[in-house]
Design a protein around this ligand. Structure first.
Ligand code: SF4
Length: 152
């Protein structure tokens, strides 16, 4: 994830991270690190199978719905069971509640719907996913710059 206080872009290692050891500056880490909790930590419905070190998935909520960050070292982890079925079920629920389910692998984003996956490629921090709807059903998805959105 991007860490603003460290000017760390998403999809890059933090200079203070040592794989296998953890944060080299844990006591002095930025507030955005200290206050972060993934859904597995706070949602009792996600059992041990969803622990990020086991599932290779880190779940968070966004303004639009659920984001599932998949370890780029295991880019297909989200296609494995029980994850794939559960993610599809969230997408089905989201379609009725105007919520999106997005899988993020590195900087690549995939919008998941009950019937298909929209691979949107690399989506920048200043870009937004725009869904094309027929009723509540998602029939298309594109990526627009925030400025293009504002221009209507
Ligand atoms: S917790 Fe430490 S290693 Fe992790 S992103 Fe924050 S500063 Fe970097």
């Amino acid at each position: 994830m991007a860490i603003e206080a460290l000017a760390k872009p998403a999809g890059t290692w933090c200079a203070q991270c040592r794989p296998g050891r953890g944060c080299l500056n844990y006591a002095g880490r930025p507030d955005e690190c200290a206050s972060f909790s993934c859904l597995w930590l706070v949602n009792d419905l996600l059992d041990e199978r969803w622990k990020p070190s086991r599932s290779k998935l880190v779940l968070t909520t966004s303004e639009d719905g659920v984001e599932i960050r998949c370890d780029p070292g295991s880019p297909n982890a989200w296609h494995r069971e029980p994850y794939a079925s559960e993610i599809r079920a969230w997408a089905a629920e989201g379609e009725h509640n105007d919520m999106t389910v997005v899988v993020i692998v590195g900087r690549r984003m995939i919008l998941v719907t009950p019937e298909r996956e929209f691979d949107l490629g690399i989506v920048g921090p200043d870009e937004r996913i725009v869904r094309e709807l027929e009723g509540t059903k998602v029939v298309g998805a594109t990526v627009l710059r925030a400025g293009e959105l504002d221009a209507g």
